[in-house]
Design a protein. Structure first.
Length: 54
């Protein structure tokens, strides 16, 4: 199952985005990152993060 964690990218934050669908993981993590950390990632960048986990 695809997953993105703030902690994996250098943030002192416990947020985890996990869902069966990659698009939902990307959407939730992107929204959180922008609202909580002030960082806007492109969908393509977040997809690369997920692909590198493999």
């Amino acid at each position: 199952m695809p997953k993105l964690r703030c902690r994996d990218y250098g943030f002192d934050c416990e947020f985890v985005s996990e869902a069966p669908e990659v698009a939902k993981v990307i959407e939730a993590y992107g929204k959180h990152s922008e609202e909580e950390h002030g960082i806007e990632y492109s969908k393509e960048s977040l997809m690369q993060f997920i692909l590198r986990q493999g």
